[in-house]
Structures are given as structure tokens and as C-alpha cells.
Design a binder for this molecule. Structure first.
Ligand code: ZN
Ligand code: ZN
Length: 751
């Protein structure tokens, strides 16, 4: 308690405190305290009072010479332990108040610590010092004198003063003190690593030795060397690698990537339509002193988010139930990964948005997803398939409340087949093969009994029981079984994700992304390739698929209700004719299980659960998740079992019908593709050349025939020198136009 005019300065004697006279000293003192106590604090809150001399109270404190000094308080700053939960609530409050900030904070950690450092900001008046035993009236006089001076000529010596009160070790709770504080390396070491990056030094061992030398011989040459266990000053090789990677990327961004990218984007922005969204926020290096403030915001961090108008349309058409979040797999640590939001369409998987973040953290990914969420109004995906990655999973859950994160078939296998746990757990390749096979069985079990059977078989294996590393690996997978076992997924989502060759098509897009983007290690190349080649090509294919299917011949034995589903017509025609030519010798029926026996001795089992989607054990079914020829064989035989009895979430799904928006669109030539050029910067001219060919939507309505003739002439001229693939697609495009002109727009879609 401190009272005005004469109370004694009583401070909490159980807490260590220190008086300093500048903010720099405050920062240094806190840093030193963190070092000696092996803790880490973050700036949490603070206030600077708007004092007028009349209203301010004058307090007295005992200084280090034992005298009493009068002072005003002018504000305070509070620092909280890095393990405090409060940290997050404060930051997220700050976010909502800043309207434009599309930022969400990391979920609160389970640990919650109440330790704080408080700093009182004061102004003291050293000239008016009094001995401790001074009479009260003399203090009152001094107080009046101060107020008088301040309101009149201000002619009185004022000294900024800061009192720092430190917590005791017992104030920390819920965490170990002195443990490895993740990712928190002393800033001076970070700067040192920046230097190594600039000088091209990359040997981690070498850097580690030099940092150690730097800490012991430069930073603490007075001898108060921190403990070797203090990771703030003696970071692990892993932490050094992580920081080196960060510094390297930042340097690369600053020196080359950002300028090139900025130029490209400025150029595109003149061409794109208002429906297209491109967000680019460059990385701005911040001096280390501001670091505590930037911790709450990503404003200075690199961010690129890209979504064209047609991509958003595809997202709205196909991505309401589920989407996929994929990415380029890093070949080297020195490239920022691209994230791709993808949807399954009626023919293929398509990229519907792309983003690049400076780091692969929850905050960074969540920020990008949040921007996409704002761009795509009313888009609330129920499921997002991605890999088994904590940052991606948490970011999705944070941005889309209620959305479940599942592990896609592709990423399950990629994870299980990865070499990492093999060598770590000393599992032989043969054993790994068997384990993966069992994991697959478990993943694809559709009922409790078969799930349990495969699960037991896996866990009762000799190596699963004896090898503790393998055991904990498997346990970690079973702790998230809802995310990868079909048993826990809604049947309609599972079937819709798989149907119409879903797996194969997901693989195709993923492989296409890897082969085309991985060699382009430099970010501007990747992004310009994405914008100028990759997306136009894929969209063109999508439109071709959706407009060319009407060319399919009608089939005599095609029932009308199947013929509507043009995207799977080809599959159905093949299976139907197979069913007609290969009749089984006999069909055995046991409840909802049918066994089809053929004359060559083969037998196939088809299960038709009441009111559910039928399933067959054959390869055609497992690849397509569409009715196979066995199911087509059963259609005319089984009572109440027909195409029409399939559930309507299946029959009516967007994955089985044409996109009416696209197949009615005129002038397919509008989709423009440039041939990828070896030298990326050559393509700029190329764009200009080709763009004159595109049909302008705003061309005058008068004398359209002249325009058409002019366009045809131009097309002819360009075709003289165009490469073969381009000629082939142009020919198809023109055929489509001709067909449409001859048959009318309506026929194009419905046959
Ligand atoms: Zn703490
Ligand atoms: Zn079958």
C-alpha cells in the first residue's frame, strides 16, 4: 500500500524488484531475468495514464541511498509467462477489435501459468529528496511545490523511472521451469544466424560451435554464463536448422522473390476480372526490438492467396460437403510450400484456391483459410480431407467450426509407406508391408466386427507387442481413428468421395501438382506457372469434359434414368455390355448377400444392404465406386433393386451430372492457354500475342458477322505457327462451336 503524503513505501518484500531509468534498460533487465530464471515472458497489456499535475497523486519511495524520493505514476506494463492461457484471450480480443484483420489465434494451450512481471512507469523528482525521518508537513510542502512547479513554469528536474517487479519461481504453475522453451532463441543468436545465411555458411555443426563460442566469449564475457541446458543460448541442432531455414527463406524473399512476384501480380491485375481475387502481402523484416509486438500479428509476414472467379464457382458447386487441402511436398527445406484447396468435380479433381504462407504454423495457415472463407460467402464445408498434420488440422478446425478434418486415402498410404518410422522402429520392409495391409483393412472396415478383427490381428502381432516404438506409432494412429477409419465416416460422404473413380482422380491431381510445381523451386516461377499455365489448362480440360460428353453415342440398352448421368455414361455402357455378355451360371442369395458364380469358376460377392448403396468385391467396383457389371447383372433379377432404388444422395449428386453452367457457355475459345516456355520471362510477350485472339465479351453487337470473320482470320493466322497440341484442341473447340451452331444451344447438353 502506498498513500499520498507520508505513508511509508511498503512493497511486497517477497518479490524481487529493480529500478531502472529507461525502457531499454527495462527490456535488458527482463531479458537477463529470463536468462537467469530460464523462463520466457511476453508483453501482455499496459497503459500510459493521461496525467494532469493537479489530479496526479504524489507518492514517496525509498531509493537505494535510503532517502525518500517523490514521484508520479505514469503508467504500467504487464508481462505474462509464455505458458499463460491469458496470452491468447488477450490477443484474440485485440483481433476482433481490429476489424480488417483476418486473423485468428492459436487455441489455448492446456497449461496455464499465472506468473507475471509488472513494470510501473513513473516520473520522480530527485531534487526534492528527503531523509526518511522527515516530518510529514515537509513532505506535504514538497508535494505542493511539485504541483505548483508543474502547473507554472515546469522548471523542475524530472527523471523517468521504472520499477520492475519479478515473480518468484513458485508463481509459475502448470509447467516445468527451465525446460526447453520451444522456438525461443535469443535474438542476438538469431541475428548471428542471419549473418551465417548471408555469408553462405550452412554447416550446422560449424554454426553450433560458433554460436557456443559467441555466447560464452562475447555475450557473457563477464562470466555469468547461462546453464548449458538453457536452450535460449544453447539451442539444439534442430532449433538451429529451423532458424537457419527461416532466415534463409526471409533473405530469399527480400532479395529476389518478392519484387519479381509483385511485378507479375501487377501485370495480371490489369488482365483479370473483378471476380478474381489475388492477395499479396510482402514480408517486411522487423527489427528484433519490435518482436514482442509483432507476435500478435502476421502483418509483416509473407502471404499469397489466389482464387479466380471460376474457381469459386467450382467450390460452390462441388465443395459444400467436402474439399481437399493438398500441398507441394517439400524436396528441400528451402522452398515455401504451396497449399492447394481442391474439390472433386464430375470428371476430375480441380484446384479451387492456392495459398503460400511464410511458415507452416497453425496461425499462418488459419489466416489464409480465413481469407478464403471471406472470399467464398456461405461456404461451410462439412469435411476437409488432408494429411495427418497437426498445423493443418488445427487451422481448419479453427476457421471452420463444425468442420471435421479427415485423412484422405492418398495421405494415409503416403504416411504409412514413409520410410521414417520403419528405420526408427527397426521394422523390416516385409513387416511394414504386412502392417500397412492390415492398417488398410482396418481403415476400410465397414462394420465393427471386421474392424475389431483386423485391429486385434495387428495389435497381437509379435512385433506390435514387443517393439515399443512401433507400438506407440500404431497407438498414435488409433488415437485419431475417427479421422481415417471408414467406420466412423458418414456413408454418403465416403461413397461420394470415392465414387466415379474418386481415388484415382485425386491421385492424378496430386501427382500433377508434384511433378509440375516441385521442380519450380523459386516461388515467383511457381506462382506465375500456376496463374498462366496450370489453372487455365485444368479449367480448359474441365470445360471440354463438360461440353464434349454430348457427343457420346446413345446406346440401345441404356436405361433412360442412367443416360441422364452423362459423366458416368461411358462407365455404365461398358459395364452394361459386360453384364449382357457375361451371364453368371448361378446366383446364390443369402439375406442381403449375393454370390455370382461364373462358368470359369470365379465367384463374386455383392452386398445390397437395405436402402443403402450396394457394394461389390470386384476390382471395377473398388476402383470406381460405381455400379459394376455384377451389380448391373443383379438389377433386372432382384426385386426392388434398380438404378432408381439407389439412394438419391448418390443419384442426384453433382459428381454424376454435367455442369450446366459450363456446358451452356458459348465460345470455348475464350479459354486461353499459352504453351509453357522454358524461359519464364519470355511468356509476357506471348500473352499479349495470344490475348488478341480471345473473344472479347464486350464486343459491339453491330455487324457481328464482320467480327466473326475477323476472328476466324486471326485464328487461321495464329494456327499457321501453333504447335500440334494447340492445333488439336483448337480443332475440338471449333467442332464444338460448329455442333452448337448446327444443333442449337439446348441440344448441346441434353442430347
Ligand atoms: Zn510460468
Ligand atoms: Zn463387381
Amino acid at each position: 500500500m502506498e498513500t499520498e503524503n507520508g505513508g511509508t513505501t511498503a512493497t511486497d518484500t517477497t518479490h524481487k524488484e529493480k529500478i531502472v531509468h529507461s525502457m531499454d534498460e527495462v527490456n535488458q533487465t527482463i531479458k537477463d531475468f529470463e536468462t537467469s530464471s530460464q523462463t520466457k515472458f511476453l508483453k501482455h497489456s499496459g497503459k500510459i495514464y493521461d496525467n494532469t499535475p493537479q489530479k496526479s497523486k504524489v507518492f514517496w519511495r525509498v531509493d537505494d541511498t535510503g532517502d525518500m524520493v517523490p514521484y508520479f505514476t505514469t503508467g504500467f506494463t504487464k508481462y505474462i509467462c509464455i505458458h499463460s492461457r491469458d496470452r491468447h484471450s488477450y490477443l484474440s480480443k485485440k483481433c476482433t477489435s481490429e476489424k480488417d484483420k483476418l486473423l485468428r489465434m492459436q487455441k489455448s494451450k492446456k497449461r496455464d501459468c499465472g506468473a507475471t512481471i509488472s513494470v510501473s512507469h513513473m516520473v520522480q523528482f530527485p531534487e526534492l529528496k528527503k531523509p526518511t525521518n522527515v516530518a510529514i508537513y515537509q513532505k506535504t510542502l514538497a508535494t505542493r511545490f511539485i504541483k505548483y512547479r508543474l502547473t507554472t513554469d515546469n522548471n523542475i528536474k524530472q527523471e523517468p523511472t521504472f520499477r520492475i517487479v519479478f515473480p518468484q519461481n513458485t508463481d509459475h504453475s502448470g509447467h516445468v521451469i527451465g525446460g526447453d522453451i520451444k522456438g525461443e532463441m535469443d535474438e542476438r543468436l538469431v541475428l548471428k544466424i542471419d549473418e551465417y545465411v548471408s555469408n553462405g555458411v550452412s554447416n550446422v555443426k560449424h554454426i553450433m560451435n560458433n554460436l557456443e563460442k559467441f555466447v560464452t566469449e562475447d555475450l557473457f564475457k563477464d562470466g555469468s554464463i547461462p546453464l548449458l541446458s538453457n536452450k535460449r543460448y544453447f539451442p539444439t541442432a534442430k532449433a538451429i536448422k529451423r532458424q537457419y531455414h527461416k532466415s534463409f527463406l526471409q533473405k530469399q524473399l527480400c532479395e529476389y522473390d518478392q519484387d519479381t512476384l509483385m511485378r507479375d501480380i501487377d501485370h495480371w491485375k490489369q488482365e483479370i476480372s473483378p471476380e478474381d481475387n489475388i492477395l499479396f502481402r510482402p514480408f517486411i523484416p522487423t527489427p528484433p526490438i519490435d518482436k514482442d509486438d509483432t507476435l500478435s500479428s502476421l502483418d509483416h509476414q509473407f502471404l499469397f492467396v489466389h482464387q479466380l472467379g471460376w474457381q469459386r464457382e467450382l467450390l460452390h458447386r462441388y465443395g459444400n460437403d467436402f474439399c481437399f487441402l493438398d500441398f507441394t511436398v517439400k524436396q528441400t527445406r528451402f522452398a515455401l510450400p504451396l497449399h492447394f484447396l481442391c474439390v472433386k468435380t464430375n470428371y476430375s479433381h480441380q484446384v479451387v484456391a492456392t495459398f503460400v504462407t511464410q511458415e507452416n504454423s497453425v496461425r499462418h495457415i488459419a489466416e489464409a483459410l480465413d481469407i478464403l472463407k471471406h472470399w467464398c460467402e456461405n461456404w461451410e464445408p462439412k469435411f476437409i480431407f488432408t494429411d495427418n498434420n497437426e498445423a493443418r488440422t488445427e487451422a481448419i478446425e479453427q476457421v471452420f467450426s463444425g468442420c471435421k478434418v479427415l485423412i484422405s486415402e492418398l495421405h494415409k498410404e503416403r504416411a504409412w509407406l514413409k520410410r521414417g518410422y520403419l528405420s526408427d522402429a527397426k521394422v523390416t520392409p516385409e513387416a511394414q508391408e504386412q502392417i500397412v495391409a492390415l492398417l488398410k483393412e482396418i481403415a476400410h472396415s465397414e462394420d465393427e466386427a471386421s474392424f475389431q478383427k483386423s485391429h486385434d490381428e495387428l495389435m497381437n502381432r509379435e512385433d506390435s507387442k514387443m517393439n515399443s516404438k512401433l507400438q506407440s506409432y500404431l497407438n498414435s494412429w488409433f488415437s485419431i481413428k475417427e479421422r481415417w477409419c471408414w467406420l466412423y465416416w458418414p456413408e454418403d460422404i465416403r461413397i461420394l468421395m470415392l465414387t466415379n473413380y474418386g481415388l484415382e482422380r485425386h491421385h492424378n491431381l496430386f501427382e500433377d501438382i508434384q511433378t509440375k510445381f516441385r521442380p519450380r523451386k523459386v516461388l515467383p516461377f511457381s506462382i506465375s506457372f500456376l496463374h498462366k499455365h496450370f489453372l487455365p489448362e485444368h479449367y480448359k480440360q474441365y470445360r471440354m469434359d463438360n461440353s464434349s460428353s454430348f457427343k457420346l453415342e446413345t446406346s440401345d440398352f441404356m436405361p433412360a434414368d442412367i443416360a441422364q448421368h452423362l459423366c458416368i455414361k461411358e462407365h455404365c455402357i461398358r459395364q452394361l455390355s459386360e453384364a449382357n455378355s457375361r451371364q453368371p451360371d448361378c446366383i446364390e442369395c443369402d439375406c442381403d448377400e449375393f454370390t455370382l458364380k461364373y462358368e470359369d469358376g470365379t465367384a463374386t460377392k455383392v452386398i445390397i444392404p437395405p436402402s443403402n448403396f450396394p457394394r461389390c468385391s470386384c476390382a471395377v467396383y473398388r476402383a470406381s465406386f460405381l455400379p459394376c457389371f455384377h451389380i448391373f447383372t443383379l438389377f433386372p433379377i432382384c426385386e426392388n433393386f434398380s438404378w432408381a432404388s439407389l439412394p438419391c444422395w448418390f443419384r442426384d449428386s453433382v459428381f454424376l451430372s454435367l455442369d450446366p453452367h459450363v456446358c451452356n457457355l458459348p465460345a470455348t475459345v475464350q479459354v486461353m492457354i499459352e504453351q509453357p516456355s522454358e524461359l519464364e520471362n519470355e511468356t509476357v510477350e506471348h500473352v499479349l500475342e495470344l490475348s488478341s485472339v480471345t473473344v472479347s465479351p464486350s464486343s459491339p453487337t453491330t455487324d457481328l458477322n464482320t467480327d466473326i470473320r475477323r476472328l476466324l482470320d486471326q485464328i487461321q493466322a495464329v494456327c499457321e505457327s501453333a504447335p500440334n497440341e494447340e492445333l488439336a484442341t483448337t480443332k475440338t473447340d471449333l467442332e464444338i462451336i460448329l455442333y452448337r451452331l448446327q444443333n442449337g444451344t439446348d441440344n448441346a447438353c441434353t442430347l
